[in-house]
Design a protein around this ligand. Structure first.
Ligand code: SF4
Length: 340
């Protein structure tokens, strides 16, 4: 295994030089930029991140500006990206950097790892890309490439698998090219040895040494352990509107979608008579009631199955904020009801 891994830098680095994509966060190695992009890229596609990344840096060009930004501005800049705890942690970490490191992003792995929202992967990525530390950044891409390379059937979602791979990679990180090596591994996983469909072994720089390719078992790897099924929650969402204003409510400051905005909703999928009873209980006077198509939104551990009712009101009920949804940080789970 170790000799297999020791040939990685020699094969991957020249390939990376020729094939790397021109991505906005690769244009410099400024830690704030690399850190922000790595956090945005968790759970989100590169193409979707580009616009968010540019807008975020336009609005908050420095760590100091991020540390001082109002919560509503942060939520708005993150709107639609999901997993909002990421942006709350970004700000927490920015404040740590201001308080503990005089506003300068720390260069030691242990100090990077101690920042809010930064786990082993992000610390490894920032450490190697920005500070040339031999610290692997092992994410799903890297686990997939390496489990195929070594024809290793250890489940990649087990912490032991990640730990063992991190230790093996640490041994082969090339001094002076640590950042490029991290990015080369990620790039191979993102563009050649991909997660869906058949990996493109014919254009892979590792095809001569890859054991899964040799044995024809590329598509059988990586292996994952069986997952617990997601919890299913049914709900009815009320799109109560009058002219351009909608009834909106703020979610609690902790838990799922903390501190964001939502349309009023109740558990279960209500029929018309139940909807009218609920409107009566809120004191809303409906003029027109129309049912939406059913919508689904998937979170990590829970899945929302939603039925929406569009209700034009003569008067919007008290007890909610009345406003234009575009001006509020409304997560995709709810915003999808306004899309054509
Ligand atoms: S040869 Fe194929 S399976 Fe092996 S690392 Fe390359 S793309 Fe992945």
């Amino acid at each position: 295994m170790d000799s297999l891994f020791s040939s990685l830098p020699g094969l991957l680095l020249p390939w990376y030089e020729r094939n790397k994509r021109d991505l906005p966060w690769r244009r410099d190695r400024e830690p704030y930029h690399v850190w922000l992009s790595e956090i945005m890229l968790q759970q989100t596609r590169v193409e979707a991140v580009k616009g968010y990344y540019a807008r975020f840096l336009d609005a908050l060009p420095t760590i100091e500006a991020l540390a001082e930004a109002p919560q509503e501005q942060l939520n708005k800049l993150w709107e639609g990206l999901g997993y909002y705890s990421r942006v709350r942690n970004l700000q927490k970490a920015a404040r740590q950097i201001m308080e503990l490191h005089g506003g300068i992003f720390p260069a030691a792995y242990a100090e990077i790892r101690a920042l809010a929202g930064i786990g082993d992967y992000t610390a490894g990525a920032v450490g190697s890309i920005c500070f040339e530390l031999p610290t692997p950044a092992v994410d799903g891409n890297v686990l997939r490439v390496c489990s195929r390379l070594a024809a290793d059937a250890s489940p990649i979602d087990r912490p032991q698998t990640k730990k063992a791979l991190t230790a093996s990679l640490e041994q082969v990180y090339p001094a002076g090219r640590c950042g490029d090596f991290t990015q080369a591994l990620m790039e191979l996983g993102a563009t050649v040895c991909g997660p869906n469909g058949t990996p493109q072994c014919e254009r892979c720089p590792l095809s001569r040494i890859c054991l899964a390719h040799r044995d024809g078992i590329e598509t059988e790897l990586p292996v994952k352990s069986a997952k617990k099924p997601r919890r299913m929650e049914e709900m009815t969402v009320f799109l109560l509107h009058q002219d351009h204003a909608y009834a909106l409510d703020k979610r609690p400051e902790s838990g799922l979608l903390a501190g964001l905005w939502e349309f009023p909703h109740v558990p279960g999928k209500l029929e018309l008579s139940q909807v009218l009873a609920q409107l009566d209980a809120w004191g809303a006077i409906p003029e027109e009631v129309e049912r939406s198509s059913e919508k689904t939104h998937i979170f990590t551990h829970v899945q929302w199955e939603m039925r929406g009712w569009y209700i034009r009101c003569r008067t919007l009920p008290e007890g909610f904020v009345h406003g234009r949804p575009a001006e509020y940080a409304l997560p995709t789970a709810f915003r999808q009801f306004l899309e054509p």
